[in-house]
Design a protein around this ligand. Structure first.
Ligand code: ATP
Length: 249
């Protein structure tokens, strides 16, 4: 379980997250919001990669920003797929995933096994020996996901995992994410993927969670007469209407 309590974060004078409190349970939760809403900031904080100005984050009751011992235990349970990553261009995909897994504390032998398996799961086994500089942008995104999967963490924070993928790879990605166990929190602008994958949805707007509930609850907020893409219509309603969407999580 990922829990944020009263999390506040600003960049300079600009507040991006205003005392956010959320609980994210097992299953797939989608984090939605317009460009600049703060999704990357929130995902990074929940995964321990960015420090909030105030508030607390707990992963299975371990404080992410607490003592070094609790931080170490918490960070062992979570992995982040960042929106963008720059890997050393001369390393191969396998070396990158293997190295990052080893950095998290796995033995070299175990790191190689799980790195190979993760690259297979993201359908990159045929490019495992290719240098990063020879991979396409979509392939590098899949290397990013592979390192999160290879970590073996029970909680995954994935920042726009399907961005930059071709339709075939996107479908494969949705299939892969649906198979993952544990907690998956993903940000996405692709409502089709969200509708296919997520059980729960959070909508972030102007630094606050303005909707927290099930995907079906979001679809129920679609205006009367909308029969298709109801989750997307519900999301747009949440952004524009004064419907009472008090967080229920
Ligand atoms: N390092 C930074 N320094 C200053 N401002 C930042 C920094 N990172 C993000 N911001 C600002 O914080 C706000 C939230 O950014 P964030 O990347 O978290 O949004 P997002 O919802 O993930 O956006 P997108 O959907 O475009 O990826 C934006 O106004 C952005 O310009």
């Amino acid at each position: 379980m990922l829990v944020a309590e009263q999390v506040h974060r600003a960049y300079g004078a600009r507040s991006v997250l205003n005392d956010i409190s959320i609980t994210i349970n097992t299953g797939v939760t989608a984090l939605l919001g317009v460009n600049g809403a703060g999704k990357t900031t929130l995902l990074s904080i929940l995964a321990g990669a960015l420090r909030p100005d105030s508030g607390s984050v707990r992963i299975d009751d371990e404080e992410v920003f607490g003592s070094s011992a609790s931080r170490r235990r918490a960070l062992g349970k979570v992995a982040l797929m960042p929106q963008s990553a720059t890997f050393p261009p001369h390393m191969t995909a396998l070396e990158v995933v293997e190295y990052l897994t080893w950095m998290r504390g796995a033995s070299a032998r175990h790191a190689r096994i799980v790195a190979k398996d993760a690259l297979r799961r993201v359908l990159l086994d045929d490019r495992a020996s290719s240098k990063i500089k020879t991979l396409s942008g979509g392939m590098v995104r899949r290397v990013c996901l592979a390192q999160a999967i290879a970590s073996g963490a029970e909680h995954l924070c994935l920042d726009e995992p399907s961005t930059g993928l071709d339709p075939q790879q996107r479908r494969a990605m949705v299939g892969l994410l649906a198979e993952l166990e544990g907690t998956v929190l993903l940000s996405s602008h692709v409502m089709e993927d969200v509708a296919d994958l997520a059980q729960n949805v959070l909508v972030l707007d102007a630094g606050a969670i303005i909707f927290a509930g099930g995907l079906a609850d979001l679809a129920d907020l679609a205006p009367d007469g909308v029969d298709e893409r109801r989750a997307e219509a519900g999301f747009l309603s949440v952004l524009t209407s004064s419907v009472d969407t008090t967080p229920r999580q």
